[in-house]
Ligand binder design. Structure first.
Ligand SMILES: [Zn+2]
Length: 245
């Protein structure tokens, strides 16, 4: 009799825990869906017909106000720093969709620095900036990726073959072209550049770019509102362009 009552209690506790888990997961899913999806329809509209929305586009080489970086490519900044593609995930950089074909939309250096490409990098280069223009004395890194097709054929400029180490590049130097590599040849991404600013580890190396805590909000560097937590639904463009248009 006593053991039966005990096991009933255990069942009740398990049911209660289960209910809590379901409620928490449901709440997180609700928050995720309510925050997402405001920009996504604009991204798809852009990819279908970029010429219908020239006002959504940033231009490679443009500088916004007093921001230190040049725009690294042409296109629509569709996914922002801190955007989430699934619960628990935060996007570490910007996805800029050129709206053109593969290997067509140029990617340029946003700021001068020392470019490296690891021996196994097909779609990526990284540029070391010894002196952060917004926090002098600190070293940071700019990371440019998705410059390959779905099969992994590289669109990185032939100036920077795999194994390139610490080649000085000026702002505006051609680095490569936008691609759609996803890792799965049958399911490529939209054609874009993924651009991020990566923290230094303090030993002169870049931190793991895949975690948002190892990256910086690119907003003040570009002069664009690209922190997703502060810009839940708008397409980021330079405010100066708004005034002049
Ligand atoms: Zn991305």
């Amino acid at each position: 009799m006593r053991t039966e009552r005990k096991s009933n209690q255990v069942v009740r506790v398990i049911l209660f825990i289960g209910l809590v888990v379901v409620l928490v997961a449901g709440y997180q899913a609700y928050r995720w869906f309510s925050n997402q999806g405001r920009r996504a329809p604009m991204v798809f509209a852009w990819l279908r017909n970029p010429s219908a929305h020239p006002e959504w586009m940033i231009k490679a080489g443009e500088q916004c106000g007093k921001a230190p970086f040049l725009m690294p490519t042409d296109g629509l900044v569709g996914f922002l720093w801190g955007d989430s593609f699934r619960p628990g995930h935060s996007h570490q950089g910007l996805d800029i969709f050129g709206g053109g074909e593969l290997n067509q939309t140029a990617v340029i250096a946003a700021y001068p620095g020392y470019l490296s490409r690891l021996p196994d990098w097909k779609l990526t280069v990284i540029v070391r900036i010894p002196d952060d223009p917004l926090q002098p004395g600190r070293q940071i890194w700019t990371y440019y990726t998705h410059m390959a097709d779905s099969a992994g054929n590289s669109y990185v400029s032939s100036q920077f073959p795999p194994g390139t180490n610490e080649i000085y590049v000026e702002a505006g130097t051609l680095l490569g072209y936008q691609g759609n590599y996803s890792g799965d040849p049958n399911n490529p991404t939209g054609i874009h550049l993924h651009f991020s600013i990566v923290k230094d580890d303090g030993q002169g190396q870049f931190r793991n770019e895949l975690e948002i805590k190892n990256t910086l909000d690119p907003s003040p560097y570009l002069g664009l509102a690209v922190d997703a937590s502060l810009n839940p639904g708008d397409i980021p463009i330079c405010p100066d362009n708004l005034k002049s248009s």
